[in-house]
Design a protein around this ligand. Structure first.
Ligand SMILES: Nc1ncnc2c1ncn2[C@@H]1O[C@H](COP(=O)(O)OP(=O)(O)OP(=O)(O)O)[C@@H](O)[C@H]1O
Ligand SMILES: [Mg+2]
Length: 593
């Protein structure tokens, strides 16, 4: 009960946040429309009937009051109804937008480690449904408040003459409430959890079928029918279970409703008896008939809405759970800043071991590495060797499980992360293809420099992206990607060059490149690395690559295997060593002979 109230208040706060005063108006308007107006009407009508039935002359004052209150309240009703009819879509949209922004704002404050958690991804997919449910609960809360008004007005009116009606109706409604509540508890699981699983499957298949990157494979492997049938089978099984649960609860709900109806008939027999005995006028009979009905609607509605709100809150809880998520990695309260000048910092991995949260396997074991300022270091190693993981540690997306990671001798756990990131330009293996303009794709690398056209052009030239920009109709202002109107899609390598330009544009003392040229042609790759060597002289450059053409010019090459560095040195040293590096190099070279 306390929790329900707490959530209701929170939901109303969200509604206020989205729609301000209008959210209050729409609650008051709904109560007027559904309870107050009919009440005024039946009061006026009953007064008129009683006057006519009493046989005494109807005075003009009586008529003015009755007709006046009818006209005034009806005019008000028209205004309220018009408002609710025309504005409800707008209010819903504003609520939807508001929640979207709240969710996005929260997303920008979470850290990368959070996004890699499967539970988090589950929660995220549920949020879409939760958003709609919040809107429904605003309506349910409005209806709940309305039911209370209905109940109070009806209870006051009816109890003046029939004090027994209230307890009779109350008692008769209780079984109905319980059966409905039980029914909801049974089917809610299907409505929420099972449904969200189904939606996730369906959404996933829809994406695979419709996206640019996936539809080609679907076409040639003819997997469309298989995927379609998968969704269909899921849906069928789901509906079957849902129907079974739903049907099982139905008889109880119908039976208890009949009890309610019998109780109502009983009260009206008493009402009719009073008219026949001459103690009540016809107008009063009509008034009590309508108000007893309202009494029932009020009690029933109140309990029904309460149980419904309660059920939905279990789902809406996910929203608050999401909004309360904390970052996995916390920056220390008193964090240290790393001096940028005159050289990039010294980075040391000291006896570092690491495994991902909730996993047993160590990706790095007693790993040691020193990155000297200004060095050009390359890292090679098999798929899954832990190369990208190493970068995640360097960016403190995760904390090391054992050992230390030191930046200029300071443990990274004591370093201010926001400041640390200003030292680093990075191109990730799964970089972003911003579906905005060509220029923005580069600017996003360094918002402080976003009016520096000279730097921008230089970064674009160094990444090789200048070679195709001239062919874009809108040049730098060309929208790239196919997501939005007039966008032009780029090739895989063109996208990569653009992301590389972004990393260069940041002009940070440390440059981290994870598979920077996997999609870039050999000639462009050669030119890019010539520039990296000559232009990034003072910077520390850390390159991960499977391509030996990318790696061979590095000052130092590291070979990572089973979480440890097993070989290190420049290309010549490693070739002479005739170890794993030489073996892999020769395998790749063989292909070109
Ligand atoms: N978030 C994660 N949670 C659990 N395990 C993970 C996570 N990310 C990666 N791994 C595991 O860690 C290992 C190392 O992954 P990593 O991405 O560092 O490899 P990599 O060397 O970069 O490989 P590639 O050459 O394919 O890019 C893999 O076995 C992978 O399954
Ligand atoms: Mg990787």
């Amino acid at each position: 009960m306390k929790k329900t109230l707490k959530y209701c208040i929170k939901i109303l706060q969200l509604s206020w946040g989205a729609n301000g005063f209008y959210s209050v108006f729409s609650i008051v308007g709904t109560i007027y429309q559904s309870t107050l107006y009919p009440f005024i009407l039946v009061l006026a009508l009953s007064r008129l009937l009683d006057l006519l039935g009493s046989g005494r002359p109807v005075t003009s004052i009586d008529l003015t009051v009755i007709i006046g209150s009818y006209i005034f309240s009806s005019l008000l009703l028209n205004i309220v109804t018009s408002y609710l009819e025309t504005q409800s879509v707008l209010l819903d949209t504003r609520m939807d937008n508001y929640l979207d922004l709240q969710i996005q704002k929260k997303l920008t404050h979470l850290d990368p480690a959070t996004f890699e958690l499967p539970e988090f991804q589950n929660l995220l997919t549920q949020l879409e449904g939760v958003k709609g449910t919040i809107g429904v609960n605003v309506m349910r809360i409005t209806a709940f408040i309305d039911s209370i008004f209905k109940l109070i007005t009806a209870a006051i009116v009816v109890s003046t003459t029939f004090p027994t009606f209230l307890p009779i109706i109350l008692i008769a409604t209780i079984p109905s409430f319980y059966s409905l509540d039980k029914y909801r508890q049974k089917v809610w699981k299907y409505f929420v959890e099972e449904r969200s699983i189904l939606l996730r499957v369906s959404q996933y298949v829809k994406n695979v079928l419709s996206q640019d990157g996936t539809s080609k494979e679907v076409a040639i492997y003819k997997t469309g029918d298989i995927l379609y049938n998968k969704v269909k089978a899921h849906q069928k099984a789901y509906i079957q279970r849902f129907t079974k649960a739903s049907e099982a609860g139905l008889p109880g709900v119908i039976f208890t409703r009949i009890i309610e109806f019998v109780a109502f008939i009983y009260t009206q027999s008493l009402n009719l008896k009073a008219v026949l005995a001459g103690t009540l006028g016809i107008g009063q009979f009509a008034l009590y008939f309508q108000q007893t009905q309202n009494l029932m609607l009020g009690v029933h509605g109140m309990l029904d809405h309460y149980s419904s709100i309660n059920m939905r809150n279990k789902y809406i809880e996910k929203y608050f759970e999401f909004m309360n998520l904390e970052r996995v990695i916390h920056s220390p309260q008193k964090s240290l800043e790393i001096a940028v000048e005159p050289t990039p910092p010294l980075i040391e991995f000291k006896h570092v071991s690491f495994r991902y949260p909730n996993t047993k396997r160590y990706i790095l074991r007693d790993f040691n590495l020193v990155l000297h300022p200004g060095e050009k270091i390359a890292l090679v190693g098999e798929n899954g060797a832990g190369k990208t993981t190493l970068i995640k540690l360097l960016l403190r997306f995760y904390d090391v499980s054992e050992g230390e990671l030191l930046i200029n001798g300071v443990d990274i756990k004591n370093v201010n992360l926001d400041k640390w990131y200003t030292h680093i330009g990075a191109l990730f293996q799964d970089f972003i293809k911003y579906q905005f303009t060509f220029k923005e794709n580069v600017y996003f690398g360094n918002q402080k420099q976003n009016d520096n056209l000279i730097f921008l052009k230089e970064a674009i030239k160094n990444s090789g992206a200048d070679e195709y920009v001239k062919d874009l109709p809108q040049k730098y202002d060309q929208t790239v990607g196919k997501m939005f109107k007039d966008g032009i899609d780029l090739s895989g390598g063109q996208w990569q060059k653009l992301a590389l330009a972004r990393a260069f544009f940041k002009n940070a003392p440390i440059l981290i490149l994870d598979e920077p040229t996997s999609a870039i042609d050999a000639k462009a790759e050669y030119e890019i690395f010539q520039r990296v060597q000559s232009l990034q002289k003072d910077k520390t450059v850390f390159i991960i690559s499977h391509r030996f053409s990318t790696v061979r010019n590095a000052d130092r090459i590291l070979v990572l295997d089973e979480g440890k560095i097993i070989e290190e040195g420049n290309h010549e040293v490693l070739m002479n060593k005739k170890g794993l590096y030489a073996e892999l190099f020769n395998i790749q070279a063989q292909g070109y002979k």
